[in-house]
Design a protein around this ligand. Structure first.
Ligand code: UFG
Length: 319
């Protein structure tokens, strides 16, 4: 959002704050020096949505609202389909009602399922292995049908690879509640002494060092990808799916070493068995984003680790 505001876009935030803290808004105001308009509402509240879209004269929507924990989605599928799929239907109805037809949707590389080949391009077949992934896939398919139904829809689905890192101000970043599911926030908490060790899930994958390989992308690059998508949408009707990744994969051990170097802290590790549902390797072919959006990731692993560490240290004084 800071990237959008700095690019001159007047932004309105709509959030139910189910997985975020309202204090983020004042921190964003500190970063941008602007007052941020914010509405506390649930995406499934169509009346509130329509009122917000009308009151603020919204022209474009970036839809990032959704639940995103794979394990939780297996035990709570109704909640996941309700929030993610029903929330999107509600948004589409509100957009239709108010005549707004430009939408950027935050999708995920999870829609590729188990890779048949690497790097993953957008033509790779899609599939899902859990309710979270299926909800993203359902939404993508729903959006494609919507875009086919009338020529005025302009929709881009951005397939995120593994977002990491934080804003350079160290004022905003990822704040997992409870035990982090994802690698980087967990590593940051081990470095900070909050958790005793990192469990490395599997050391026998067919990768150079036996640990899982992923395409980690800096959140600031991801944010710039959204800005590029918004600009693209203006004169491109229809539906597109576009990868947001770097094209480079790093293993868990490479991530740990990079984080140790950035933080100056040792990260004790313990290799345990594979995590159910994990794949060996996943990384993007980012050429389509370059071609259509004129966007590519600029920030490297060092910046990802350094900004995560700065945020990890800062967030404790903010909370
Ligand atoms: N890992 C560990 N220990 C941990 C956490 C993770 O070894 O404590 C390993 C995993 O096994 C994997 C790698 O670190 O090899 C990355 O794991 P993450 O949980 O950070 O990320 P995933 O690639 O499993 O999942 C992410 C998102 C999902 C999304 C998926 C595909 O969290 O929402 O990418 O895009 F579906």
């Amino acid at each position: 959002m800071a990237v959008l505001i700095e690019a001159g876009f007047p932004v309105v935030v709509l959030d139910n704050f189910s997985n975020s803290d309202p204090s983020v808004i004042s921190r964003l105001e500190r970063i941008t020096g602007k007052t941020i308009r914010c509405v506390r509402a649930d995406l499934r509240d169509r009346v509130a949505l329509i009122a917000t879209l009308k009151a603020h004269g919204v022209t474009d929507v970036i839809h990032l609202a959704g639940l995103k924990a794979v394990g939780e989605s297996v035990s709570q599928p109704i909640q996941y389909y309700g929030c993610n799929v029903q929330g999107t239907i509600s948004l589409l109805e509100a957009m239709q009602e108010t005549g707004i037809s430009r939408l950027v949707f935050s999708s995920s590389a999870t829609v590729y399922g188990d890779p048949h080949y690497l790097p993953l391009d957008e033509a790779h077949p899609t599939s899902a292995t859990n309710p979270y992934g299926r909800s993203k896939l359902h939404i993508e398919e729903m959006l494609r049908d919507v875009a086919r139904s009338a020529p005025d829809w302009h929709i881009v689905c951005l397939r995120y690879f593994n977002p990491v890192g934080a804003h350079p101000s160290a004022l905003i970043g990822e704040e997992p509640s409870g035990i982090p599911n994802n690698l980087m926030p967990f590593v940051a908490q081990v470095a900070a002494g909050i958790r005793p060790e990192l469990q490395i899930f599997g050391g026998d994958y067919p990768t150079p060092d036996g640990t899982g390989v992923r395409d980690y992308i800096h959140v600031m690059d991801l944010a710039e990808g959204h800005l590029a998508a918004l600009r693209y949408l203006v004169d491109h009707p229809g539906w597109e799916a576009i990868n947001l990744g770097t094209g480079v994969g790093y293993s868990v051990l490479e991530m740990v070493s990079a984080f140790e170097a950035a933080s100056g802290r040792a990260i004790p590790c313990n290799r345990v068995s594979r995590r159910a549902g994990d794949i060996a390797s996943c990384y993007a072919n980012p050429e389509r984003a370059q071609r259509l959006l004129n966007w590519h990731a600029k920030r490297g692993l060092e910046d990802m680790c350094r900004s995560t560490w700065a945020w990890q240290q800062e967030r404790r004084s903010l909370s």
